[in-house]
Design a protein around this ligand. Structure first.
Ligand code: KG4
Ligand code: ZN
Length: 353
């Protein structure tokens, strides 16, 4: 336990994240200094399926969770008895995956007799921006773009985020992964498309930008995905000439044009959300926030609209446990979880829990 309650650096949180295909643990002090941040990725296990297979994911979490926790503690030079609290992501995510992290966290909290804190994965993605900024960034509009989500929030506080827009079909990251598969670029697709697009022409193909000019703050990426599929493979049943060979240049052009279509929509909806919510600050987190073209688009938004854009640092865009330090906010409000707390796999559409 902390030597002195006034010394926040001696209060240590162990955070555990296992909501999808990364097993992660981190030790973060109360001043939000990250003492260790260990992430074991399962990407290789899922690669040949082109997406995450839930049963494979939960089994891999079982193998990784204890070594990852051990490594996080030892890198932070921290003994279990030094810990003040245990934080764990309990929602949203894959049920079998979430349960592995939660069971480990409950066991540690019970044995060490310290508080257990349940964390929302999406809020944690946005909290990575708060950690990077080093100051209280709320209120703000929050964009979370990942493999599972494309959501816009009006965040009044770190743990008080109201959903104001979301995808009606695929998540942005999911579209990146599927288009990468069509182009033979492997999994996860986002980073591969990002790289391939650098040599491509973003105007080579005119792909759809759904809802771009509409008031609503929602997203849809399935039409875009289908348009790319038809461009690459041709339209099924069509008598027109087969599509040209998928050369390196054509792959780059399709990747760049697809990426530009996603970025145009994401940036436009952020601009609209900031106007509608009446805030001048935008937080951006989740795996797709690592995209270089999106970051460029957000820079332009910042210049044009006078919106302060705070994007999660690259190492905290994709899934990690350091971002679960949002638990310190809940700790301050004594919002602890009972030892019989369960996981909530789906996205809970509400503000304050
Ligand atoms: O946040 P995250 O690690 O996991 C979820 O919560 O889903 O996000 C993973 C997603 C994947 O779909 C991956 O392709 C995408 O983020 N991603 C990217 C980039 N890096 C990761 N998408 C576009 N550009 C990138 N540079
Ligand atoms: Zn995530």
């Amino acid at each position: 336990m902390a030597d002195s309650p006034a010394d926040t650096t001696t209060e240590l949180l162990l955070a555990i994240e296992s909501s999808c295909d990364e097993t992660a643990a981190a030790v973060v002090d109360r001043d939000l200094n990250v003492l260790s941040n260990v992430v074991a990725s399962q990407a290789q296990l899922h690669e040949r399926f082109g997406g995450v297979v839930p049963e494979i994911a939960s089994r891999a979490h079982l193998r990784a969770v204890l070594p990852v926790i051990d490594e996080a503690l030892s890198k932070a030079d921290c003994r279990p008895t030094d810990l003040t609290a245990i934080a764990v992501v309990t929602q949203p995510g894959l049920v079998g995956s979430l349960l592995v992290g939660l069971t480990a966290a409950k066991t540690l909290a019970a044995v060490l007799k310290i508080p257990l804190i349940a964390v929302n994965h999406i809020e944690a993605h946005l909290y990575a921006c708060r950690m990077a900024a080093g100051f209280d960034v709320f209120p703000a509009v929050g964009l979370v773009v990942s493999g599972g989500h494309s959501n816009l929030y009006h965040c009044k506080a770190a743990t008080d985020c109201e959903l104001v827009g979301s995808t009606i079909d695929d998540a942005a990251g999911e579209a990146f992964d599927k288009v990468a598969q069509m182009l033979g670029l492997g999994y996860p697709g986002g980073p591969a498309i990002d790289v391939a697009a650098r040599n491509g022409n973003p105007k080579a193909f005119k792909f759809p930008r759904t809802f771009l000019r509409e008031e609503r703050l929602d997203f849809s990426f399935s039409g875009l995905k289908t348009a790319v599929l038809y461009e690459v493979n041709g339209i099924p049943g069509s008598h027109s000439a087969p599509p040209p060979e998928l050369t390196e240049q054509r792959i780059a052009d399709v990747a760049a044009s697809f990426q530009q279509a996603v970025v145009d929509v994401l940036v436009a909806k952020c601009r609209q959300a900031a106007r509608q919510c009446g805030v001048k600050r935008l937080l951006v987190g989740g795996g797709v926030a690592a995209n270089s073209q999106l970051r460029q688009g957000l820079d332009e938004l910042q210049r044009e609209e006078g919106i302060e854009v705070i994007a999660a640092p690259m190492e905290y865009c994709t899934d990690n446990a350091a971002m679960a330090a949002i638990a310190w906010e809940l700790y301050g409000e004594s919002r602890f979880a009972a030892l019989d707390v369960d996981v909530t796999p789906g996205l809970v559409r509400r503000g304050r829990r």
